[in-house]
Ligand binder design. Structure first.
Ligand code: PMP
Length: 431
């Protein structure tokens, strides 16, 4: 053990990163974890120690799921090329994925990352609406490109927002308990539409992650987003549902996050869980909205929609269906939520526990009346959980919310591991 409490292997890899990688990368944990293997909801480090993954929604159907490994392996042996040749894989997948969306959403395009999907979505929204103004929530994250980082206040003050970006406060139902959330949120959006128009900026659209993950995991009551989407449409904008986080059965109640709210997006963007780790993302849109862009502007994404990515994505859909993972997410998520609420009963510092399916926010406060965020406690808890080999992290504008979002294979025994570790952590650090 080194003076800083780090072993030799950790020191060596951390130093190599420092010499080799750009400084923008951030590691999790004071004692970083060196992972070498994964299966289902479990991960193993270089010494063979087993961890419980409560954070990764990319390996959503489980780390290294054999169905995906096999599909990728088989296709890779046969052919991998781009979308300028005919291939059935992309068409078969498009049929499968468009069968999960509202009937109006009937065209698919593919890229490799959520950022690219949102970047294209903003361009399409602008082409269709003739406007440029984009509304996002206060702590939203939508990607790494110039357009998407300019609409990602979560990146902090170092990242300037685009002059055409307007922010609405997040629908924080824990703190906004005196209002009708649906009415309130629709009004906030209307204010921003009016504000941008007063500044001579025409409204193009509202881009939102319907579980408001980076805003602190805010599922809200099913249906509350409906009025907001209506206001967007009445004012000539389009609604882009960023499903990078809540999509692919994550929320349990529905396959898509927006579907909990009974709304029909004009564009759906996808990423993370779509290929269970193979870089594949998508933009699914209403044909007439997409046409405004694609009739005049070509789009080619070298790796997007390639046969190997499509094979991975198809395998993911098949597994979600065959293993009943949406129902599993609903049932196990509800059970986990109930167990976490027993901790809320036990500890004053647990201000709120909320979620949809296996996507849960566990909010820590210094005092339940003021609801003042307790970031320090959240950070200490994350480190303690790591010491108990439970991997998760924090979310929200104050970093005081544990984001619990395990692979969908999460089981009852895993709930015991997680809740037991949290209980011990809170007994030591909490109130
Ligand atoms: N949208 C949301 C809601 C996200 O959480 C992320 C990634 N954290 C992205 C978009 C960007 O996806 P990617 O990192 O694949 O570009």
């Amino acid at each position: 053990e080194h003076a800083a409490g780090l072993d030799k292997d950790t020191m060596r890899l951390t130093e190599r990163r420092g010499h080799l990688l750009g400084a923008s990368y951030r590691l999790f944990y004071r004692r970083p974890v060196h992972l070498v293997r994964g299966r289902g909801q479990y991960l193993w480090d270089a010494e063979g120690t087993k961890y419980l993954d409560v954070y990764n929604n990319v390996a959503s159907i489980g780390h290294c799921h054999p169905a995906v490994v096999e599909a990728v392996h088989e296709q890779m042996q046969l052919l991998n090329t781009h979308t300028r040749y005919l291939h059935e894989g992309i068409l078969d997948y498009s049929e499968s994925i468009l069968a999960t969306t509202p009937a109006e959403v009937n065209r698919a395009m593919y890229m490799c990352t959520g950022s690219e999907a949102n970047d294209l979505a903003i361009r399409v929204a602008r082409a269709y609406s003739g406007g440029t103004g984009i509304i996002v929530t206060q702590e939203a994250y939508h990607g790494t490109s110039d357009l998407t980082s300019g609409a990602s206040p979560a990146l902090g003050s170092g990242q300037p927002l685009a002059p055409t970006t307007r922010l609405v406060p997040a629908p924080d139902h824990y703190r906004l308990n005196d209002v009708d959330l649906g009415d309130w949120f629709a009004q906030e959006i209307k204010k921003q539409i009016d504000g941008m128009q007063a500044d001579g900026i025409r409204f193009a659209g509202f881009l939102a992650d319907s579980i408001f993950s980076s805003d602190g995991v805010l599922p809200g009551d099913a249906g509350f987003l409906k009025k907001a989407v209506d206001v967007v449409h009445r004012n000539g904008g389009i609604f882009i549902a960023d499903e990078v986080q809540p999509g692919f059965a994550r929320t349990g109640e529905a396959f898509w996050g927006f579907a909990r709210h009974g709304v029909v997006p004009d564009i759906i963007t996808t990423g993370k869980p779509m290929g269970n780790g193979i870089p594949v993302s998508g933009l699914l849109a209403r044909g007439e909205v997409l046409a405004a862009f694609s009739d005049s502007i070509p789009y080619f994404n070298t790796f997007g929609g390639n046969p190997v990515s499509m094979a991975a994505a198809q395998a993911v859909l098949k597994v979600i269906h065959e293993e009943g993972l949406q129902e599993h997410s609903r049932v196990v998520g509800a059970r986990l939520l109930a167990e976490l609420r027993t901790l809320q009963d036990k500890y004053e510092c647990v201000g709120d526990v909320r979620g949809a399916g296996l996507f849960i926010g566990f909010e820590l406060v210094t005092d339940r009346n003021s609801k003042a965020p307790d970031k320090a406690l959240a950070l200490q808890l994350i480190e303690m959980l790591r010491d108990e080999r439970v991997l998760t992290s924090v979310a929200g504008p104050y970093g005081n919310i544990l984001k619990l979002r395990p692979p969908l294979a999460f089981q009852a025994a895993d709930i015991d591991w997680l809740v037991g570790a949290l209980d011990r952590g809170l007994a030591r650090l909490g109130r």
